[in-house]
Design a protein around this ligand. Structure first.
Ligand SMILES: [Zn+2]
Ligand SMILES: [Zn+2]
Length: 130
């Protein structure tokens, strides 16, 4: 799938792809000021679009954004992350068994979900051994 991104969308996506950690919209704005992004709205609009494309995911509990680490996010209505409360390291979890359990739950309850996002908070391997 080839998509045409605007200049701002490309700037925001490239910037997020270089980061290992999620960034808030304001940090992105600060970092991209030199590149001509001056208004928060420009960042929000770009993020909105990138989130819709699943190129960027929103970490709700941190109110921050991270680039998808998978070029084709397999199951866009389901995303999961582990979030280290020590070093703020975030990684995307890919686990088919989680998504199949979720679809069983949905079937059973007859509930239709638009989007599911799981956020596991805790400590990563590095922080536990400190
Ligand atoms: Zn993803
Ligand atoms: Zn950690």
């Amino acid at each position: 799938m080839s998509l045409k991104l605007s200049k701002n969308q490309t700037l925001v996506l490239n910037h997020l792809e270089k980061q290992k950690q999620p960034l808030t919209a304001y940090t992105i704005l600060d970092n991209l000021r030199e590149n001509g992004i001056k208004a928060p709205l420009q960042v929000y609009r770009a993020l909105d679009y990138l989130v819709k494309l699943n190129k960027v995911h929103k970490i709700d509990s941190m109110n921050a954004f991270i680039a998808c680490n998978d070029h084709e996010c397999e199951n866009p209505e389901f995303i999961a992350f582990t979030i280290c409360d020590g070093c703020e390291n975030v990684s995307e979890v890919k686990d088919k068994s989680i998504s199949s359990s979720l679809s069983k739950i949905k079937k059973k309850s007859g509930f239709t979900t638009r989007k599911t996002s799981l956020e596991f908070h805790g400590l990563c391997k590095n922080c536990i051994s400190l």
